[in-house]
Design a protein. Structure first.
Lengths: 364, 196
């Protein structure tokens, strides 16, 4: 009897210890002690509850056991360094973050779409950038959700409350980040783009070597659409997809912006070869990605369809030539025949799939 | 004999008359492209596409069509296309007064700076929706020309029009084909006229 009780206690203790280890692995990361969550950058072109979104993110991260830099220290740092641009960090800011606040990474979040008209639509993109001497993108993902993505039978699953949808979006982002921090693969990276969003207009030069590693600098896209900030949004989609490619290391966009400002490069109609030379040498880049956004359109309410159109090209350092060019234009209801099955409801989700397919053609 | 003769005459003359009437209705087709017979197009390696003239109400039409054309031309694999940013730098450096219609001197200077063998200029004549009564549909109409650096001559011109209101649109509505689709169709048509 005593033997049996001892055995049960031992098993219980072992199981309890294993559970604690697993929980610790899932919620904390030894390499990232403190994360600074920067104020949310609004790329939607319309008013959005930025403070609520940020607070929701912070609450969720804290509940997952992440150590977030306190508000007071962050605010003091922002004031001290007159940090006005919060869409990226350059080397000097990254170093100062590490030295002065102890934060080992900075979380940069963008609101791409916020519509509270029923059914609501939200699109968020987040990027985790390391601090210190060489800021590097550690993790990045984006999510675009609409209240009518999965309305279910008799629309019982239709989400009409924007706060509920925001919670769902934040939950996805936080799950992806904690997945990354615990050493797992982020859920968003596993999604596959549908072939219907492939484009026929593309060019690839034999100069691109599939066995080589390249440093890529992504320039802001020239915006020819009616949507404000569509150029920045499309560039972010490319940053997000390019960094998943094993041959490519994407330079933090904050550093690219700083280099363009320092060299006073103005791109009226895309980057010139002289401008590209300067960027290559300043950022130690091997290829530059640039392009134009022809269309980036969301819709509000129940009826409508998102439209996305862009062209992109890569300029290589040694050959000083275009080594890859791609053009794509699609609408969210392509290939949809019955009851909106398979319809894409946000330009974010459509652009994600289109850009993923575009990036796949670079080394193919 | 007379009755048989009349019958034969009617069998010959009626179809003949019909044929003549049909032939009379045929309009002569004017070719919408020109290739300089003395030009060796295979010698062209690098081409610069100048900003297109825009005669439409859509301010971005020229840039949109130019961008689609440049990607399609590059995708053809036949020639290398100078990046738009480099063309803009050349235009600014040479001080081209009207980039949509450069002068001979400007063409030579520009081609030397951006290392292009030829320049393509163009005009967008129609871009967007056209209406006829209650029916509407998208239409695009453009014409392009290529000017060679050495000879300073126009060596190729072509035009294309796609979209517009079809019988189907008149009967069933629907707004015609999407703008992007007809733009691609018009550009494919123009590129086919360049190479074939």
């Amino acid at each position: 009897m005593i033997l049996s009780i001892n055995f049960s206690i031992r098993v219980f203790v072992i199981l309890f210890a294993a559970l604690i280890c697993l929980a610790g692995r899932a919620t904390t990361n030894d390499s990232l002690n403190i994360i600074a969550v920067l104020p949310v950058f609004n790329l939607s072109g319309k008013p959005a509850p930025l403070k609520d979104i940020r607070q929701s993110l912070i609450n969720r991260f804290k509940s997952q056991g992440l150590n977030i830099l306190d508000e007071e220290n962050l605010e003091k740092f922002i004031v001290r360094h007159r940090l006005r641009y919060i869409g990226g960090i350059n080397e000097a800011t990254a170093r100062a973050f590490r030295e002065e606040t102890g934060a080992e990474a900075v979380l940069i979040t963008f609101v791409e779409l916020y519509s509270d008209i029923s059914p609501p639509k939200i699109a968020l993109t987040s990027r985790l950038v390391s601090t210190g001497n060489d800021p590097e993108i550690l993790w990045m993902t984006g999510i675009g959700l609409a209240g009518d993505d999965s309305p279910g039978l008799l629309e019982l699953s239709l989400i009409e409350n924007p706060e509920t949808l925001l919670e769902k979006t934040v939950q996805h982002l936080s799950a992806s980040l904690t997945g990354y921090l615990s050493g797992g693969k982020a859920w968003a990276d596993n999604r596959r783009a549908r072939k219907k969003f492939r484009s026929k207009a593309s060019y690839r030069s034999p100069v691109l070597d599939a066995d080589r590693k390249y440093n890529v600098a992504v320039m802001p896209f020239l915006n020819l659409s009616d949507r404000k900030y569509a150029g920045e949004v499309t560039a972010l989609h490319f940053v997000s997809q390019l960094r998943t490619h094993e041959n490519l290391t994407v330079i933090e966009p904050g550093q690219v912006r700083q280099a363009l400002l320092e060299m006073r490069i103005i791109m009226d109609d895309g980057i010139s070869l002289a401008g590209a030379e300067s960027v290559f040498s300043k950022l130690d880049a091997d290829i530059i990605l640039t392009g134009k956004v022809l269309n980036y359109q969301d819709y509000q309410g129940l009826t409508g369809k998102p439209k996305v159109g862009f062209s992109a090209l890569l300029i290589e350092k040694k050959s000083r030539e275009i080594v890859w060019s791609y053009q794509s234009y699609h609408e969210g209801d392509e290939g949809v025949w019955f009851f909106d099955w398979g319809k894409v409801n946000t330009a974010h989700s459509l652009a994600t799939e289109m850009v993923q397919l575009a990036v796949e053609t670079i080394f193919r | 004999m007379t009755r048989w003769g009349n019958y034969i005459n009617a069998r010959i003359y009626i179809p003949l008359l019909t044929l003549v009437s049909l032939v009379a209705c045929v309009t002569s087709s004017i070719p919408d492209n020109y290739h300089d017979p003395g030009m060796d197009f295979a010698a062209l390696r690098t081409i610069a596409v100048m900003p297109f003239g825009n005669l439409t109400g859509d301010k971005q039409a020229g840039e949109r069509v130019r961008d689609t054309f440049m990607t399609a031309l590059l995708s053809s694999g036949a020639v290398y296309v100078v990046p738009a940013g480099e063309v803009a730098r050349g235009i600014s450096k040479v001080g081209v007064i009207n980039p949509t219609a450069p002068s001979e001197e400007e063409i030579v200077k520009l081609a030397i700076i951006i290392k292009a063998d030829a320049l393509i200029t163009g005009v967008i004549r129609e871009y967007g929706q056209v209406r006829s009564g209650t029916t509407s549909a998208n239409v695009i109409s453009l014409s392009l020309q290529m000017i060679e650096k050495e000879s300073k001559k126009v060596v190729w011109t072509a035009s294309s029009t796609k979209g517009g209101i079809s019988i189907w649109d008149r009967l069933f509505g629907g707004g015609g084909r999407p703008m992007n689709e007809i733009t691609e169709a018009a550009i494919d048509d123009i590129i086919n006229k360049l190479f074939y």
